[in-house]
Design a protein around this ligand. Structure first.
Ligand code: HEM
Length: 178
């Protein structure tokens, strides 16, 4: 687990501790700064509009070929509300999978460094465009660090799962992100 965090930090340039600032260092908390649950819904909508309009990058859009925009927005928004201290919207939809399965849910998409960079780039744009965050420089900085670290954690944990599978070790333990 500590190796994974170190690899994610090295690749992303954001430490595990920095990735936590979005949920620990803001008072009032991010959830209220962004405008409550609907503020995260706006963020996920801005983000996935970019993803599904990203026709100049067919390889990136291809990762989302089996998803609909509406479902993807709904899943991500629920997850973010729950992550940042709101009600358990994600668990209510997906069952007890919160936190244990984020890496596992992404493992079959072949997500590497290039995809993580593109994902983060589009999310950074969505954050910048979010009207509710326009005067929230600190919140924006922390939120970007959270996403960047998590995106690269997803990449390295996937590699780790593969090595584990080859050597027959404990696979599922690496599925925990939070
Ligand atoms: C789902 C791609 C990073 C949170 C998905 C899906 C794809 C995807 C294709 C399926 C869409 C759906 O039907 O919901 C990627 C790529 C990433 C990335 C290429 C680049 C590293 C992240 C990050 C987070 C995240 C950083 C959170 C901080 C989620 C959530 C779901 C999801 C919550 C829904 C999971 C579920 O269905 O239970 N992602 N993702 N993803 N992603 Fe990502």
């Amino acid at each position: 687990k500590h190796e994974l965090r170190a690899s994610a930090a090295k690749l992303s340039g954001v430490t595990y501790e920095q990735s936590l600032l979005a949920s620990t260092a803001l008072d009032p908390p991010l959830l209220s700064r962004i405008g409550g649950p609907s503020g995260f819904h706006t963020l996920s909508t801005l983000f996935y509009n970019k993803v599904f309009n990203d026709t100049s990058n067919p390889w990136f859009l291809g990762i989302f070929a089996t998803s609909t925009k509406e479902e993807a927005i709904d899943n991500q928004y629920r997850f973010l509300v729950q992550t940042f201290g709101g009600s358990d919207l994600y668990t209510a939809k997906k069952g007890g999978r919160y936190g244990v399965r984020l890496v596992g849910r992404h493992a079959n998409y072949g997500i590497g460094v290039r995809a993580a960079e593109r994902w983060v780039e589009l999310m950074d744009c969505a954050i910048e465009e979010h009207a509710g965050l326009s005067d929230e420089e600190e919140a924006k900085k922390y939120l970007k660090m959270y996403f960047r670290y998590t995106a690269f954690y997803i990449v390295v944990a996937k590699e780790y799962m593969r090595e584990d599978q080859l050597s027959g070790g404990n696979q599922m333990d690496s599925g925990r992100v939070w």
